[in-house]
Design a protein around this ligand. Structure first.
Ligand SMILES: Nc1nc2c(c(=O)[nH]1)N[C@H]1C(S)=C(S)[C@@H](COP(=O)(O)OP(=O)(O)OC[C@H]3O[C@@H](n4cnc5c(=O)[nH]c(N)nc54)[C@H](O)[C@@H]3O)O[C@H]1N2
Ligand SMILES: Nc1nc2c(c(=O)[nH]1)N[C@H]1C(S)=C(S)[C@@H](COP(=O)(O)OP(=O)(O)OC[C@H]3O[C@@H](n4cnc5c(=O)[nH]c(N)nc54)[C@H](O)[C@@H]3O)O[C@H]1N2
Ligand code: SF4
Ligand SMILES: [Mo]
Length: 735
């Protein structure tokens, strides 16, 4: 094992130890719910399930001692976790014990956003919601209710809302996250990279990370495979304005000027093509429009890219040659959170094209063809057809948006066009923090006749709701099966490990009850979720009892690389990899990516960048006492020389003020040489303002609050959020 992967193991296991004892301490804390479990049995029980602290869905085994949740570990049978959870997953027990949890259904009793509630029964809550939803349907049609639902827990509410008749179902994982990447790869290969990404990181001999900060971005399998690749001696190339954890493992670290990635990508491709280093056989066999593509690269020399990116021509050539040396086992990581500057689908297309030049799509050490189990869905009656169609993308103005656009629904809610939206159902997404420009979100909310929020804690979005429905956390409930697309086929079960402490209910129960109250009971022909799961598994020839006992059932391995016999076909109009895209040309866009400059921060201001911390997920874990113990607040990274000039030092507090005079909560300075002087960086998800979050309230600052501007991607409607500039104001009163 290399020193890196050893360290990584130590780091992960150290976190595990801290967390396990933290959980133990917690279980004894007076604030922890003391209600004994109905399923309480004396002694130790080990119950498999899968994690929900993020969307990776790692297989886990929970240990319950005398009916009380003790710890959660990786399930060794699970290909995603390979028996180890990330620190967030291990700290997931803190979600069950969180004293700030929502406990009972609530109905608003004063103005929206004031967070003043009345506790009601579930029947009262459903009666209220059903009445409003009937009225909206009558006055505006069922399309006027939209569902925002993030994660697998939204599956049954989606079913209920489709049965009600709305096609407007969306999540921030598209227009605020991976949408541009998916569009860029789809336009090039006719397929997306999926989630989990189909990246063969562990076998890559050269791995290029252009803004993917693996190691802070803790998607478990990817981080473990990254450690494998480093351990195998792979060449790591990292382009990031900030010296990330991944950068510290790199042979080549390129401190790129933010917003100029497309220039670097074009220059890399220029070198590969002009020096004849690309995979000629692969391109000849699978490529379409290569001649036009190659011709359009002519101006993008490394010398041209230098003043744009700040990366020296020699470095650009050396790194391009390094990529060529290891092809096709060179993987230019597609990234995930790709909504940066508004031209992101074209940047992602350039990433896709660079991989195509290296022949990595379909190759070991590149992109594999994912496998999955065949588990049929439940045979439901057909949904009513919507006459009006979807509201988020009128006139198909974003022609390559293949999923609904959250911010498009928000816009329709404000303008009433193309038709009014009057109800939002929000499941497991904190829209106040997840969507850019909070003021627009609040404006839309004020236009609603009904806002229902299903959450586990009183997060910001819950504060704006008319009705708040408290959900049981993932350790207390069943969810739908995870039939994953991955290296090998498998199906995983989430099942309850402990009871919910109060009157919290699982999403499937809410979705079914609501459907019944609204007269849509025929869409729920099953009695309870066990019957539903059993039905699906039986149809697939699998045993529910076996899955309950093991948590995971694995299928037979399938070929996943072209040289093992996996088909290498492209679902594009030409049936090939489209180096030149007639689809883009026909829609009036550049058929080959073209570089455009982005405005730079004015003198004295800095570009605001943001990302992940290993121990938190978005804005959902700051209330978790175990995880907040490891990181209670975020910091703002400032270049050390800049800090000195501003007479700031690490540990001082500042407020960030953006171009629209929005001022953040106080945030601690981290003065470091690990970031360029033209930008500052902070971890997303902090700076909570919801009063019910007694523990997380006011700790750190929120990037979302400062993201008042965004650049919309003309191809697919993604919201580029890295275009806000901030100045720093010293804060005398904290520290
Ligand atoms: N400013 C800014 N905005 C961003 C990002 C960023 O980095 N900065 N990142 C973007 C990206 S990449 C993404 S994917 C999105 C993520 O956006 P979201 O998925 O909306 O993430 P969160 O803000 O964490 O909101 C999750 C909500 O679900 C609740 N929750 C947690 N567990 C459960 C559960 O079991 N049941 C229910 N019902 N609720 C639960 C949490 O309490 C929280 O309120 O945000 C995007 N927006
Ligand atoms: N611990 C943890 N892990 C997570 C999550 C989490 O909440 N917590 N969320 C998951 C989700 S849904 C997502 S989408 C991913 C997001 O993670 P990624 O897709 O890896 O990354 P981003 O958040 O877009 O990018 C942040 C990195 O990009 C750099 N960067 C900023 N601007 C530029 C630029 O112009 N050029 C270049 N080259 N780099 C730039 C930043 O310095 C930072 O290192 O993380 C996933 N993993
Ligand atoms: S990556 Fe971590 S938080 Fe996400 S599902 Fe896996 S263990 Fe849970
Ligand atoms: Mo994301």
């Amino acid at each position: 094992m290399s020193s890196f992967s050893r360290r990584k193991f130590l780091k992960i296991s150290a976190a595990t130890v801290t967390v396990a004892s933290g959980a133990a301490a917690f279980a004894k804390a007076p604030s922890a719910p003391e209600k004994p479990s109905k399923r309480a049995a004396k002694g130790i029980q080990r119950i498999p399930t899968y994690c929900d602290i993020c969307f990776w869905k790692c297989g886990a085994i929970a240990t319950v001692k005398d009916g009380k949740l003790w710890k959660v570990e990786g399930n060794p049978e699970d290909p995603l976790s390979r028996g180890r959870l990330c620190p967030r997953g291990t700290g997931g027990v803190g979600a069950h014990f969180d004293p700030d949890r929502l406990r009972r259904p609530l109905i608003r009793r004063s103005d929206r956003g004031r967070e003043e509630w009345q506790e009601v029964s579930w029947d009262e809550a459903f009666a209220y919601i059903a009445k409003k939803m009937h009225a909206i349907k009558q006055n505006y049609g069922p399309e006027a209710v939209a569902l925002f639902a993030h994660g697998i827990g939204g599956a049954f509410l989606k079913h209920t809302l489709k049965a009600y008749g709305t096609p407007n179902i969306t999540a921030p994982s598209f227009a605020q996250c991976r949408g541009p990447r998916d569009a860029g790869f789809w336009l090039t290969y006719g397929e997306e990279v999926g989630s989990p990404e189909r990246t063969d990181i562990k076998n890559a001999q050269c791995l290029v990370l252009i803004g993917s900060h693996l190691g802070e971005n803790m998607h478990n399998s990817q981080v473990q495979e990254f450690a494998d690749a480093v351990g195998n001696g792979a060449t790591i190339i990292v382009a990031d304005p900030r010296f990330s954890v991944a950068a510290s493992k790199a042979k080549h670290y390129l401190p790129i000027k933010p917003g100029t990635d497309l220039a670097l990508l074009l220059a890399w491709m220029h070198v590969l093509v002009t020096e004849g280093l690309y995979n000629k056989e692969y391109v000849a066999k699978h490529g379409f429009g290569f001649e036009q593509f190659a011709a359009s690269l002519a101006p993008y020399t490394p010398e041209w890219a230098y003043p744009e990116t700040g990366i020296a021509p020699d470095t650009i050539r050396a790194t391009a040659r390094e990529m060529a040396r290891y092809q096709p086992a060179t993987l230019v990581h597609p990234g995930r959170h790709s909504t940066w500057y508004g031209d992101d689908a074209q940047r992602s297309r350039a990433v896709a094209l660079l991989n195509a030049l290296l022949g990595s799509w379909g190759s070991k050490g590149g992109f594999y063809a994912p496998a999955s189990m065949d588990v049929p869905g439940f045979p439901y009656p057909p949904y009513p057809k919507s006459e009006k169609g979807k509201v988020d993308n009128p006139g198909n103005r974003y022609p390559f948006a293949h999923e609904p656009i959250t911010t498009g629904i928000r816009e329709a809610t404000i303008t009433g066009k193309p038709y009014p939206v009057k109800g939002w159902f929000v499941y497991a997404t904190n829209l106040i923090q997840a969507l850019p420009n909070e003021a627009e979100t609040i404006k839309a909310i004020q236009n609603l006749d009904l806002l229902v929020v299903v959450d586990v804690i009183p997060n910001e979005i819950a504060g704006w709701a008319d009705v708040v429905l408290p959900e049981a956390v993932y350790l207390e409930r069943y969810d739908d099966l995870n039939v994953e697309l991955f290296r090998e086929p498998f199906v995983a079960l989430r099942q309850p490990v402990v009871d919910a402490p109060d009157d919290q209910k699982p999403n499937w129960w809410m979705a079914k009850r609501l459907a019944e109250v609204m007269g849509l009971g025929q869409y729920y022909p099953w009695k309870d979720i066990e019957e539903y799961l059993n039905h699906r598994l039986t149809a697939a020839g699998l045993s529910f009892d076996e899955l309950k006992a093991k948590g995971i059932i694995r299928g037979a391995p399938q070929p996943i690389f072209a040289d093992e016999g996996a088909p290498l076909t492209f679902d594009t109009p030409s049936g090939k990899i489209e180096f030149f895209s007639p689809q883009l040309q026909a829609a009036g866009f550049d058929p080959v990516p073209v570089y455009t400059k982005h405005p730079e921060p004015p003198a004295g201001a800095f570009r605001l960048l943001f990302g992940r911390a290993p121990v938190h997920s978005f804005s959902r874990t700051q209330s978790n006492r175990i995880l907040s113990d490891m990181m209670a607040e975020n910091e703002v990274w400032i270049n050390e020389d800049v800090a000195q000039r501003l007479e700031l030092k690490s540990g001082d507090y500042v407020r960030l003020k953006n171009q629209d005079n929005v001022v953040s909560l106080p945030i601690r300075v981290k003065a470091t040489q690990r970031i360029r002087p033209d930008c500052v960086y902070m971890v997303h998800g902090f700076g909570h303002t919801a009063r019910g979050l007694k523990h997380a309230f006011g700790k750190g600052a929120s990037d979302s609050q400062l993201i008042t501007r965004y650049a919309t991607d003309p191809l697919m409607g993604g919201t580029g959020m890295n275009i806000n500039f901030v100045t720093l104001e010293p804060e005398a009163t904290r520290g």
